[in-house]
Design a protein around this ligand. Structure first.
Ligand SMILES: *[C@@H]1O[C@H](CO)[C@@H](O)[C@H](O)[C@H]1NC(C)=O
Ligand SMILES: *[C@@H]1O[C@H](CO)[C@@H](O)[C@H](O)[C@H]1NC(C)=O
Ligand SMILES: *[C@@H]1O[C@H](CO)[C@@H](O)[C@H](O)[C@H]1NC(C)=O
Ligand SMILES: *[C@@H]1O[C@H](CO)[C@@H](O)[C@H](O)[C@H]1NC(C)=O
Ligand SMILES: *[C@@H]1O[C@H](CO)[C@@H](O)[C@H](O)[C@H]1NC(C)=O
Length: 319
């Protein structure tokens, strides 16, 4: 009895302390701290491109790091210092400005974003002196090791980045997630909440694009349906990495004689019946009558532009 109690006391803390993620979180570029694994990635990327690249561990909805406490800040600094191959002065974090029309210094106007476009508002924001800068293009947050502080920066600037994998976000790895990530050899994929998005950077008109969403055998694909702010955030990240002004999605005006550009929009698939949609976050100067398809354009969260069916643009598929 006493002996088994002693074994229990000896064994239990060890078992509880090592998770599957922790066991895998080894190597010169990563650090397990608290309940997250942090991975330093040295090759620089824009913030949009970086946030599509946190796929070191499937099943954890990897996202750019949330510097949500002094403890995480210290862990990130340590991981950057440990990196052996090159000096890492700055890294992209997953913090973004929520509303570009509202005040930048307002702490409630910044969010730690997850890969599905949802966010938590921070209680800890270790800004550098004079930060954040009120500049319409400075909507993202980077961390600087030398000052041990954060600053806002333009999403188009390239920095190394740190990905975070959280125990709390663990999900079983699905066949679709594995096949989605494997598309990276030819397309730009993002697996989010059970949906696989795949960006085709080849320019295509609407009718051709609609038939080309067949990247994954056994899964019915269609041009992406954007029905929520979260889906819009995902589409904007993928549009930005396409370097195109417009990214085609699966929304069309089916009545070819309609003169009303505000109504009559449908989410379409190649085989099934179209579904009406009212989520239409128009960009400035939109919509225009007679252009019967929609492209996501710059200016999130006012992102929808009417585009002609015949015009060629990159397109976004979903599975
Ligand atoms: C996290 O990392 C920091 C910095 O290295 C260290 O001081 C702290 O003890 C670590 N915390 C945990 C829970 O591992
Ligand atoms: C970086 O350094 C580590 C440890 O010294 C080494 O294993 C790794 O191959 C290096 N990576 C590159 C890209 O040089
Ligand atoms: C953004 O901020 C402006 C100015 O405070 C406000 O009028 C607007 O409603 C906000 N938009 C959203 C989506 O919260
Ligand atoms: C059509 O709808 C069915 C039933 O909802 C669904 O299983 C199937 O995947 C859809 N096909 C396409 C091409 O979206
Ligand atoms: C199509 O649009 C035209 C012009 O706005 C309208 O008169 C007609 O009723 C619409 N047809 C349908 C089926 O909604």
């Amino acid at each position: 009895m006493l002996f088994s109690l002693a074994i229990l006391l000896f064994v239990c803390p060890t078992v509880a302390a090592t998770t599957e993620l922790q066991a895998q979180c080894t190597g010169y570029d990563r650090l397990y701290n608290g309940t997250s694994c942090y991975v330093v990635v040295a090759p620089t990327k824009t913030q949009h491109s970086a946030k599509l690249s946190c796929n070191h561990y499937l099943g954890y909805s990897g996202h750019l790091v949330h510097i949500k406490s002094a403890g995480v800040q210290a862990a990130v600094k340590q991981a950057m210092t440990n990196y052996p191959n090159t000096t890492i002065p700055n890294i992209w974090t997953g913090s973004e400005l929520i509303n570009s029309s509202a005040a930048f210094p307002d702490s409630n106007n910044w969010g730690h974003y997850y890969r599905d476009g949802t966010f938590v508002t921070p209680t800890y924001l270790p800004w550098n002196a004079g930060q954040p800068i009120t500049s319409v293009t400075y909507k993202r947050v980077m961390y600087t090791k030398s000052t041990d502080k954060i600053s806002n920066s333009a999403e188009s600037i390239v920095y190394p980045y740190v990905c975070e994998y959280e125990e709390a976000l663990k999900q079983p790895v699905t066949d679709l997630e594995q096949k989605c990530v494997a598309l990276a050899s030819s397309l730009i994929p993002l697996f989010v909440n059970g949906v696989c998005y795949a960006l085709h950077t080849i320019y295509s008109n609407y009718n051709d694009a609609k038939k080309l969403c067949n990247d994954i055998g056994g899964y019915d694909g269609h041009l992406a349906h954007i029905r929520t702010m979260s889906e819009l955030w995902i589409a904007e990240a993928l549009r930005a990495v396409s370097y195109s002004n417009y990214l085609r999605v699966g929304i069309e005006q089916t009545n070819l004689s309609s003169t009303d550009p505000n109504n009559g929009w449908y989410l379409t698939t190649p085989k099934n019946q179209s579904l009406p949609t009212t989520f239409l976050p128009w960009a400035a100067s939109n919509p225009a009558a007679g252009s019967r398809t929609i492209g996501v354009t710059a200016g999130y969260p006012k992102s929808f532009a009417t585009i002609a069916n015949t015009a060629a643009y990159p397109f976004l598929c979903q599975y």
